[in-house]
Design a protein around this ligand. Structure first.
Ligand code: PGA
Ligand code: ZN
Length: 446
């Protein structure tokens, strides 16, 4: 394969789905121009790589990213070009080079938003240099066999709470997963039908003003109890004729309401409702018994290790670490030693390069965990994570509701990938309720 060089790297400040600035990167090679836009979280963990925000409080309320843009254009770009990387050789050398150039453990030198933008755009440029789709390039970077693919079961966050909405619901995400569908395309149809039914149900129960949506496209009705949200979902499944076709995932994002060694479920309401760790564990066990819950993410706060460890001993469902692990090998190893969880939430901007995110996924598989690919609440119309989930072969992905352009662009890309795999006669498996097992033994892992 003839070598392909980077001709230029440009960056610009653009908007994310919350109307806040973010970094866009364009890498030009002899194959064309490859663009990426970086996402950003709201319920950020303490152990995430650092995104640079400008000190200038006059612009975007201090949220500008011009310094990160400048770091791409004046530092990273020129250094990478003079390092003469060959894109056909893969992404690792590029990402390792940027990690060295930054020189800090949390990427606060050049900014994780600057570095990740280059990493994502270069991943696309590498895939083009090798003349393969992005998901196939990612599978190869993972060291996987690419003769067949496991598609991800999509988890749609249809009821938004926590710091993603203005209602009094403390739990951040209630996700529905079409585990009874036969394909991604059918699963997306089922979820879109439930979503529309949920909208009608909310109008009936709470009036039209209740169908405003939160950051991830889910509704944010005037409810505060997790059981109220779950009852609404059960009714929407039934009314849409999809009872039995879905499992449910919950992300309370509990680091956001952990204070003085306890959890305040009333943190957004006028009165507090403080629960001990034991009471929280009891609440989760009760919900798991009553509803078809298959996944629980961040039920306890990022440093509440004892609560995680105790809960993991009896937890019957997938127990996913988001803030707990921050897509970081050090945190993953610590959680494994303590036996604190059984799954990794994979967010590329938590660690700051695609290569490190893939290493985190491989480590999780090695530990016998599952991997759940995730968007951020502040997203863009970049569908990168759809290819990521297919390439990693992890069996499930979350990208918000079947609503809002920055969410549906990922689901639409998944359907495109599924269609093209089928058209090429490639093996393309939808794991349904076995989304976790798919993660541990995807068909394309050697
Ligand atoms: P965030 O939320 O992007 O605001 O952190 C997503 C999540 O907690 O999974
Ligand atoms: Zn989370």
């Amino acid at each position: 394969m003839p070598p392909v060089a980077i001709d230029s790297i440009r960056a610009a400040q653009r908007l994310d789905s919350r109307g806040k600035p973010t970094v866009q990167v364009e890498v030009t090679t002899s194959d064309g121009i490859f663009t990426a836009i970086v996402p950003s979280g709201a319920s950020k963990g303490d152990y995430e790589a650092i995104e640079l925000r400008d000190a200038d409080s006059e612009a975007f309320g201090g949220n500008g990213v011009l310094e990160a843009v400048q770091n791409v254009e004046e530092v990273i770009g020129p250094a990478l070009i003079s390092h003469r990387v060959d894109l056909t050789a893969g992404l690792k050398e590029i990402d390792d080079f940027m990690i060295q150039l930054d020189g800090t453990p949390d990427k606060s030198g050049l900014g994780a938003n600057a570095i990740l933008g280059v990493s994502m755009a270069c991943a696309r440029a590498c895939a083009a240099a090798r003349k393969v789709p992005l998901y196939e390039f990612i599978a190869r970077e993972m060291g996987s066999d690419t003769r067949g693919y496991t598609m991800p079961v999509p988890f749609f966050n249809v009821l938004n709470g926590g710091v993603h909405s203005g209602n009094a619901m403390s739990f951040q995400e209630f996700m529905i997963a079409p585990t009874g569908a036969k394909s991604v395309t059918q699963g997306i149809q089922y979820a879109a039908e439930v979503y529309q039914e949920l909208m009608s149900l909310l109008i009936e129960k709470f009036g039209k003003s209740s169908i405003g949506i939160g950051d991830e496209g889910g509704f944010a009705p005037p409810i505060s109890q997790p059981s109220e949200a779950l009852d609404l979902l059960m009714e929407a499944f039934q009314r849409s004729g999809h009872q039995g076709h879905f499992h449910i995932g919950i992300d309370p994002a509990s680091s956001e309401f952990f204070k003085d060694d306890a959890y305040d479920l009333g943190f957004k309401a006028s009165t507090s409702n403080v629960k001990t760790k034991g009471e929280m564990a009891d609440l989760y066990h009760e919900l798991i018994q009553r509803y078809p819950i298959a996944l629980l993410e961040d039920p306890f706060a990022q440093d509440d290790w004892d609560a995680w460890v105790a809960f993991n001993q009896t937890c019957q469902v997938e127990l996913v670490g988001d803030d707990l692990l921050a897509t970081n090998l050090v945190r993953i190893n610590k959680a494994n030693e303590k036996k604190a969880c059984n799954a990794l939430l994979l967010k590329i901007n938590q660690i700051g390069t695609v290569t490190e995110a893939l290493a985190a996924a491989n480590k999780a598989f090695e530990l016998g965990w599952s991997v759940f690919v995730s968007h951020r609440s502040g997203e863009s119309t970049d569908p990168f994570i759809a290819d990521l989930a297919v390439g990693v072969g992890c069996g499930h992905l979350k990208s918000g509701a079947p609503c809002r352009g920055e969410r549906v662009v990922k689901y639409n890309r998944l359907m495109d990938i599924e269609d093209s795999l089928i058209a090429q006669g490639q093996q393309c498996r939808y794991p349904g309720e076995h989304f976790r097992a798919a993660a541990m033994a995807p068909v394309h892992r050697g």
